[in-house]
Design a binder for this molecule. Structure first.
Ligand SMILES: [Zn+2]
Ligand SMILES: [Zn+2]
Length: 306
C-alpha cells in the first residue's frame, strides 16, 4: 500500500510543491481563503486520513458533506477510514458482543461509494480502513487487507482482550490501582503491532490516555522504546486532533512524543478522526502550529496504491 512522503517544505512554497504535482494553484487559492494566517503561510498539502462516515447512509449526498467541510478546512487530500468491525465481512477479525451489535454495514457498498466518487469528488479522495489490532488475528488481518483495494490502512488498538478501554460504557473497568497495568498491556500490544507492521499508519498511538487516567508508564520510557521500532517498521504515525476533543484534552500522541518521532525521521500523518462532517479538519491550525514547533516540515501523503 502506498503512503509516500511528500516533500513540501515550509517556506519553499509553490515551486517545491509543484515538483510533486499535488499542490497546485487551485489549492493555493484555497489556502489564501483560509482565515488562519498560520495555515496560509505554510504551503503544505493538508491531509485528513482518519474520517468516519458510518453514522450516515452510504450515499454521495452524505459523503459530499464531509468533502465540503474538507474544502472549508483547506484540506487537499481526504481519506475515509471506516472501522473495519462495522462490516459483515470482518466477523473473523473481531468478534465480541459490543462489536457484533454494530456489524451492520456492507464492505462492498462502502468501497463502491468511495471508489466511484474519486473521479469527480473535487478533492484527492482516498479509500482507507481502520483496523482493530488483535494479535491473534494478525495473519487474517493481513490477508483481509490484501483482498480489497484500500489505498491505506490505519492500525489502531481499541481492545485489550474484551476490554474496550475507550468506551464510555466500559469506563467503570478502569481502576486507579490497575492503571499502570492497563498502560503496560496497551503499549505491549502496540509494540507487537509495530513488529508485525500490518498497516501503513499507526492510529492515535497513545489513545490509552483517552479518559485522562495517567500512569507512570505514560512516559518517555515507552515512547523512547517504541520510536526506533516504528522508524524501522516503515509505518507512519498519525497526529490526531481527536485527543483535544476527548476528556484527556491532549493531542495524540503527546507533544513530546511527536517531537521525538519527528527527530527520528518517522513520517507524520495529520488527521482529525472525525465522526461527523463538522469535525473534518477540526483544530488544524493549532495542530499545524504544534507540528511546526516540533520541526515537522513534511506530512506523509497517500499516493496511488502500489
Ligand atoms: Zn480509533
Ligand atoms: Zn477512528
Amino acid at each position: 500500500m502506498g503512503v509516500e512522503r511528500c516533500y513540501n517544505t515550509v517556506g519553499t512554497g509553490g515551486r517545491a510543491a509543484e515538483g510533486n504535482g499535488l499542490l497546485n494553484r487551485r489549492t493555493l487559492r484555497v489556502y489564501r481563503n483560509i482565515e488562519s494566517p498560520l495555515v496560509r503561510l505554510i504551503f503544505m498539502i493538508i491531509t485528513d486520513y482518519h474520517v468516519h462516515i458510518e453514522r450516515g447512509p452510504y450515499t454521495r449526498d452524505w459523503l459530499n458533506r464531509f468533502i465540503e467541510q474538507a474544502h472549508k478546512a483547506g484540506i487537499t487530500s481526504l481519506g475515509i477510514s471506516e472501522h473495519a468491525y462495522r462490516f459483515h465481512q470482518t466477523k473473523h477479525l473481531l468478534d465480541n458482543p459490543w462489536v457484533n451489535q454494530r456489524k451492520t454495514q456492507d464492505l462492498d457498498e462502502y468501497i463502491n461509494l468511495i471508489q466511484g466518487a474519486k473521479k469527480d469528488a473535487g478533492i484527492d479522495l482516498k479509500l482507507g480502513i481502520e483496523m482493530d489490532w488483535m494479535p491473534e488475528n494478525s495473519d487474517a488481518m493481513k490477508d483481509f487487507l490484501k483482498q480489497y483495494p484500500f489505498d491505506y490502512s490505519i492500525g489502531s488498538i481499541h481492545w485489550l482482550g474484551g476490554f474496550g478501554f475507550d468506551l464510555e460504557e466500559m469506563k467503570g473497568q478502569w481502576r486507579q490501582g490497575m492503571v499502570e497495568d492497563i498502560y503496560n498491556t496497551y503499549f505491549g500490544l502496540l509494540e507487537q503491532m509495530i513488529d508485525q507492521a500490518p498497516c501503513t499508519i499507526i492510529g492515535h498511538a497513545d489513545v490509552i490516555k483517552v479518559f485522562g487516567f495517567k500512569a507512570d508508564a505514560y512516559s518517555y520510557g515507552w515512547h523512547r522504546k517504541l520510536t526506533p521500532k516504528i522508524k524501522a517498521s516503515g509505518m507512519r504515525v498519525e497526529v490526531s486532533t481527536a485527543g483535544w476533543r476527548k476528556p484527556v484534552k491532549e493531542i495524540y500522541p503527546h507533544p513530546s512524543w511527536i517531537k521525538l518521532l519527528v527527530q527520528s525521521g518517522v513520517p507524520i500523518v495529520l488527521s482529525s478522526d472525525a465522526h461527523k462532517p463538522e469535525d473534518v479538519g477540526a483544530l488544524y491550525p493549532q495542530a499545524i502550529d504544534l507540528l511546526t514547533t516540533a520541526n515537522c516540515i513534511n506530512l506523509a501523503v497517500v499516493r496511488e496504491r502500489v
